[in-house]
Design a protein around this ligand. Sequence first.
Ligand code: MLT
Length: 241
Amino acid sequence: MKIDVLPVFGKQTDYQLQDTTVIVVDVLRATTSIITALNGGAIKVVPTVDAGDAVALASRLGMRECVLGGERGGVKISGFELGNSPEEYLSRAVRGKTVIVSTSNGTGALHSVRSAENVLIGAMINRTSAAKAAAAESKDILIVCAGTDGQPSADDLCTAGAIIDAVRVYADPRPGELSDMALLCETLYNNWKAGSFDLSCTFHYSRLCAMGFDEDVRFCFTPDTTDTVPVYKDGVIVKYR
Ligand code: MLT
């Protein structure tokens, strides 16, 4: 089983997406919020790249059936009911609803792998369950990180490493089956876990804290608080199992 990590979405080839289990990670905060929305009772989550597309879809499906959520630059999109703080998605607002989300990078990352057969949603909060689900597919694994504005983001790379660390519990990749990027992510995660790498000085993490989203960051970086593993298929995200 080969394991690779794409530090920023958009550079994968269709060939890489074939016969592979893809895990999309945008730990701060899109994939964490999507997982939390399903835990909060949303029927499904529909990601859109464009905020206008989200509004158009909500009008087509019926505003009463939907909740619009998302951000640009970390700030709630004007006219949307929810921003991108995971805990907002535990509210009654999402229960029984279709949640339509549009975020700066995370929904773009999802869109970029829409042709893949097998796409799971990963984050720190479900890292072990996502790893277990991916290992059960017995295919190569490609972790696609959202990054921030086209640049790798250490928070995503650390989370990719956390998932790879957990994959080792359920599968036994042979030496040479982890790409150099996968090994670097795993090392980053182990250093973070040991307290020798401080994520709080990295760009997106520190920007969110400076905006007052410390509680979101804490929520997003608490490992294994849920076993929900969403799957993205035909443009829609639902619980995998
Ligand atoms: C994104 O999609 O870039 C993020 O989820 C941004 C955020 O933290 O809200």
